[in-house]
Design a protein around this ligand. Structure first.
Ligand code: NAI
Length: 336
């Protein structure tokens, strides 16, 4: 089973190679690594491969899927949970096998959301820089005690529940909004309408998938409904947030803090070293000017435990495809 692994960073190679070595049927699996992201200009690299293995910013739109299919590729293996970057309708038409890793250490992402909240609230990133320079002044580092505050979780699935549990542990009152409320969440917090969550929460944390219904869920109107000075946290997908509207809300002080691990235009920036380049994204650069904005480059998933799980499940999905076995993680059923 020859598989072309796109957007392969050194850690992808390490964890996939280690998983292949320990996988019982690992001998039949041949992985070739490509640093580049998959898009129309790189799809040709998949010539001669049975499958492609991709990540969040690889682009599997209709032209790319058709190109892959014409090259003989029959399986798409996502090393992530979200599949908003795949044109599922076209994949279905072409009969492609698409499988994802629906859950891998949801706590890893929840803990990163916590790291963002704590860092931004107490300004530990700025405090650390100051102390290194011998500046022990506290001005500008004033935070809020989180105990007793209200946290709103939008999307109370696996990561949302893990985040809710952590925030509850801090002594927050936890509200949740999800069109499909879960019993797991109900045991931790209270499900309310989105408008109520936005109006009452000191921290709003997004954990729903990016779909046509959730695109720009955070926009001018929803930001206006938020409690003035609240913190918005997005570790889910950049497209949930209208960044222009967020910048306006930051400028007007309606939004107090913004912490993001994802960004709508991240594919041009994230997972690359651009430290010697001119960043050609004025919206992103504007965000960088706010002292009350914290951005990380899509690293919520980035723990040893999560990468081990991602690699193991990806190989299992590949094996299911090769054997024609039922695959619980399949996103698309082949058209028969
Ligand atoms: P999940 O499928 O367990 O939970 C998602 C929840 O969102 C579901 O309960 C669903 O009913 C709910 N939902 C759907 N539409 C909604 C809407 N309009 N409003 C509110 N809730 C809605 O998924 P999981 O594992 O919790 O992951 C959530 C998201 O986190 C993924 O879709 C992915 O985009 C993101 N993610 C980010 C990572 C990172 O490294 N930053 C890593 C892994 C996932």
């Amino acid at each position: 089973m020859k598989t072309a692994v796109f957007s392969a960073r050194p850690y992808d190679r390490r964890f996939l190679d280690e998983a292949t070595a320990r996988y019982p049927a690992g001998q039949g699996i041949e992985l070739a690594y490509f640093d580049v992201a998959l898009d129309a200009s790189t799809a040709g690299l998949a010539q001669g491969f049975d499958a492609v293995c991709v990540f969040v910013n690889d682009r599997l739109d209709a032209p790319v899927l058709r190109a892959l299919h014409a090259l003989g590729v029959r399986a798409i293996l996502l090393r992530c949970a979200g599949f908003n970057n795949v044109d599922i309708a076209v994949a279905l038409q072409l009969g492609l096998f698409v499988a994802r890793v629906p859950a891998y250490s949801p706590e890893a992402v929840a803990e990163h959301a916590l790291a963002l909240i704590m860092t931004l609230n107490r300004q530990t990133h700025r405090a650390s820089n100051r102390v290194r320079e011998g500046n022990f002044m506290l001005d500008g580092l004033l935070g809020r005690t989180l105990h007793g505050k209200t946290a709103g979780i939008v999307g109370t699935g696996k990561i949302g529940v893990a985040t809710a549990r952590i925030l509850k542990g801090l002594g927050c009152t936890v509200l949740g909004f999800d069109p499909y409320p879960s019993a797991d969440f109900e045991a931790i917090g209270e499900s309310v309408a989105l408008e109520v969550l936005l109006a009452l929460s000191d921290i709003v944390s997004l954990h729903c998938p990016l779909t046509p219904q959730t695109q720009h869920l955070i926009n001018e109107e929803s930001l206006a409904r938020m409690k003035p000075g609240a913190m918005l946290v997005n570790t889910s997908r950049g497209g949930l947030v209208n960044t222009d509207a967020v910048i306006r809300a930051l400028k007007s002080r309606q939004l107090g803090h913004l912490a993001i691990d994802v960004y709508e235009q991240e594919s041009a920036l994230f997972f690359q070293d651009l430290s010697g380049e001119i960043i050609d994204d004025d919206v992103f650069q504007r965000l960088m000017t706010f002292p009350n904005v914290l951005v990380t480059g899509h690293q919520g998933f980035f723990t040893v435990e999560a990468l081990e799980e991602i690699a193991d499940i990806t190989l299992r999905n590949l094996h299911d495809f090769a054997e024609g076995a039922d695959c619980a993680n399949r996103v698309v059923a082949a058209k028969s």
